[in-house]
Design a protein around this ligand. Structure first.
Ligand SMILES: *Cc1c(COP(=O)(O)O)cnc(C)c1O
Length: 385
């Protein structure tokens, strides 16, 4: 039997992170972005834990993710069904699936809005509409939005609608685009609330929550910060790391000065060395670009990667470590080696480190919610935000 490749996900840390954000938001509702399998951590345990904290609004990217989330949340009794927004909106012909699965589309373009408004459910089913305030990714152009408010005033008045926009530079508090986007969004929200006072507004992602209350509006959409990534890079991280990833050592071998290691003989040994071959490779989300800078440690000693990352394995130089044996673990994510730090080491971001974790990596959970009934009574009652 080969050693089990696994990560440990601390759901109590996740819950604490959600509570920190929720407290900071005050009267603003703290939602949760759980797209891409909850940033790789596992949508089911993550969403159930957040529901137990009192989280009532979720965001996913795709319709399929929404259906998956709705299905698993059906198992939770005793609470009103959480709201689920689908960030990439509704493809033509899929309108009925949103109603069938109780999901809300985020309308991202004028053609999508016109199609939705003309559909059977478009005049009463809740939805969100996204406007572009400067990122130029998704959303109606400002003028399209302003024209729509005039042309379809009756629709905007009667539909339970949430206006959305997304910040391009929320993780850089000094960037001048933040205020520009905030002011334009504020203007969009004001015109809408004039027509429909019960309309909602959602603007802030993780970073946006730390830009100040002007950025909060009604519902915030943190993802990264929940999973322990630093929402304010450069400052002390207020979030707790959530992921611990140790790679099991498959084999320890001795090699002589002048020998080579791995594909392409990329590394030549400068001394007689003890090498530990560990499970985990690019198929598991340890990017090939992690060579040579990946941060790894065992028994508190930092160990360098020797040779390229293979599909299923990596080789570390453990000459400096006492008695490494088969089955020991080489750590690549923990309290000290955060996903942010690991990402920076090989020129990517913590987001990519987490979302790259492959399907073969077994997710183990600390603090999982197994019995929703117990939790609803014990935790849900106390956090009914
Ligand atoms: C992914 C995403 C978020 C979450 O962003 P974080 O930086 O992870 O907090 C929020 N809103 C939208 C539209 C997104 O696509």
């Amino acid at each position: 039997m080969s050693a089990q490749l696994s990560v440990t996900i601390d759901l109590n840390a996740l819950a604490a992170n959600w509570r920190v954000l929720s407290e900071r938001l005050g009267t603003t509702t703290c939602g949760a972005v759980v797209k891409a399998n909850a940033y790789g951590l596992g949508i089911a345990p993550v969403a159930l834990k957040l529901v137990a904290q009192g989280c009532t609004v979720f965001f996913v990217a795709h319709l399929n993710e929404g259906i998956e989330l709705r299905t698993l949340l059906k198992a939770v009794n005793d609470i009103p069904p959480p709201i689920i927004y689908v960030l990439q909106g509704c493809e033509a012909g899929c309108e009925w699936l949103f109603v069938e699965h109780n999901l809300r589309p985020v309308i991202i373009s004028l053609p999508m809005l016109l199609r939705w408004q003309g559909s059977v459910h478009g005049d009463h089913w809740p939805c969100a509409v996204k406007v572009n305030t400067g990122m130029n990714r998704l959303g109606l152009a400002y003028q399209e939005y302003a024209d729509s408010l005039v042309r379809h005033a009756q629709w905007w008045r009667q539909v339970p609608v949430m206006l959305m926009s997304h910040l391009a530079c929320a993780d850089d508090p000094c960037h001048k685009l933040n205020l520009r986007q905030q002011m334009l969004f504020e203007q969009c929200v004001t015109s809408l609330k004039h027509l429909n006072p019960s309309a909602l507004a959602s603007f802030a992602n993780s970073g946006g929550i730390f830009l100040g209350s002007d950025y909060h509006f009604d519902i915030a959409r943190p993802g990264a910060a929940l999973y322990g990534l630093n929402p304010v890079p450069g400052q002390r991280n207020r979030m707790q790391p959530v992921v611990h990833w140790g790679l099991p050592v498959l084999q320890v071998r001795h090699a002589l000065k002048g020998e080579y290691v791995g594909y392409g003989a990329q590394t030549q040994l400068a001394r007689d060395s003890v090498l530990a071959v560990a499970a985990g490779g690019y198929a598991d989300g340890i990017l090939r670009a992690a060579f040579p800078n990946i941060i790894a440690s065992i028994c508190g000693v930092t160990v360098p990667l020797m040779g390229r990352v293979s599909m299923d394995s990596l080789v570390f130089d453990v000459t400096e470590v006492d008695a490494v044996a088969e089955g020991d673990e080489i750590t690549i994510l923990n309290q000290q080696i955060t996903a942010d730090l690991q990402g920076a080491a090989y020129h990517t971001v913590g987001y990519e480190v987490l979302t790259s974790m492959g399907d073969r990596v077994c997710r183990r959970y600390k603090g999982a919610v197994n019995d929703m009934h117990t939790v609803n009574r014990a935790e849900g009652a106390r956090n009914g935000k």
